[in-house]
Design a protein around this ligand. Structure first.
Ligand SMILES: Cc1ncc(C[n+]2csc(CCOP(=O)(O)OP(=O)(O)O)c2C)c(N)n1
Length: 286
């Protein structure tokens, strides 16, 4: 593996550790869906996105809309590791007066481009941003991270159709296909069927990658950037809680309370796997 990819794997591990610590300080959090986006966040903040941490509103920056806004702590971990604010601030998660609410808020947190939390809405906002940038001939890219359960919101498909019709080819949509939503598996609750075919039918370019392999994510982004005239979609094949031992083992890991002992053990296990060159535990829920 080349040096840059090794750096990204280390960054992903640090994002996981800081996310768990941040949630530990708040007593708990939406850990399952935060773990499954750690690797894509590492690729975006560690290599792909243009931004200035000292000038978060820099007009020519790339934008990231984390439409599954309950994963805010993972984004805050990535932002702190990228220089937007200090690691100490993470310990204020969801406290009164904090600039780090549990869900993303663009008016509170430096580096957050869109307020999210009501599932389904972030993609519409991202399309609006992409359309505005396209109109201004701005070369910035807009990235969106969505949950697979979130795709059950009808508004998502209205936005995707709009994006394809408007030829928003500086828009890349990631779907965290971790197979679970709040209260069960997607297959039991509302089968999404073939996501790749579905996005292609809506006029997008689409591919699926192993969602915790940084090199695969990086290559997929580069390939989707070539899809002229169409939005790009990358389905991240993941599972909920991936990379965090105690969350992987839990039958319900959408929101969990987190003790210091659990966080300590999780950190040791993340670093052990990093040394071994693995992220996921084979026997974990898939
Ligand atoms: C419109 C709306 N309905 C319900 C919720 C409550 N809610 C928060 S997270 C979640 C599950 C989302 O599942 P998914 O998109 O797959 O996210 P992940 O499993 O990756 O956390 C639900 C139903 C919400 N935030 N917004």
């Amino acid at each position: 593996m080349d040096q840059k990819m090794e750096q990204l794997r280390q960054l992903a591990a640090q994002i996981r550790i800081r996310t768990i610590r941040c949630m530990e300080s708040a007593g708990g959090g939406h850990i399952g869906g935060a773990m499954s986006i750690a690797d894509v966040l590492a690729v975006l903040y560690g290599k792909v996105m243009s931004y200035r941490a000292s000038d978060p509103m820099w007009p020519d920056r790339d934008r990231l809309v984390v439409s599954k806004g309950h994963s805010g702590p993972a984004v805050y971990a990535a932002l702190s590791l990228s220089g937007f604010f200090s690691e100490e601030l993470l310990n204020t998660l969801n406290r009164g007066g904090t600039s780090l609410p549990s869900h993303c808020d663009r008016l509170k947190t430096p580096g957050i481009d869109m307020t999210t939390g009501s599932l389904g809405q972030g993609i519409s906002c991202a399309c609006g941003i992409a359309k505005a940038l396209q109109t201004r001939n701005c070369a910035s890219w807009v990235y969106v991270i969505m949950g697979d359960g979130e795709l059950q919101e009808g508004q998502v498909w209205e936005a995707v159709q709009f994006a394809a019709h408007q030829r928003l080819d500086h828009l890349i949509i990631f779907v965290d296909n971790n197979k679970r939503q709040l209260d069960g598996t997607l297959e039991e609750i509302c089968n999404p069927f073939d996501l790749e075919e579905k996005f292609r039918a809506f006029g997008c370019s689409c591919r699926k990658v192993n969602g915790y392999m940084v090199e695969e994510i990086d290559q997929a982004i580069a390939a989707e950037k070539e899809a002229a005239g169409r939005p790009g979609v990358i389905i991240l094949d993941t599972y909920k809680g991936i990379g965090c031992d105690f969350a992987e083992k839990a039958s319900f890991n959408h929101f969990m309370t987190i003790t210091k002992e659990e966080a300590d053990a999780a950190e040791i296990e993340i670093l052990r796997r990093l040394k071994q060159g693995i992220v996921a535990k084979e026997e974990a829920y898939v």
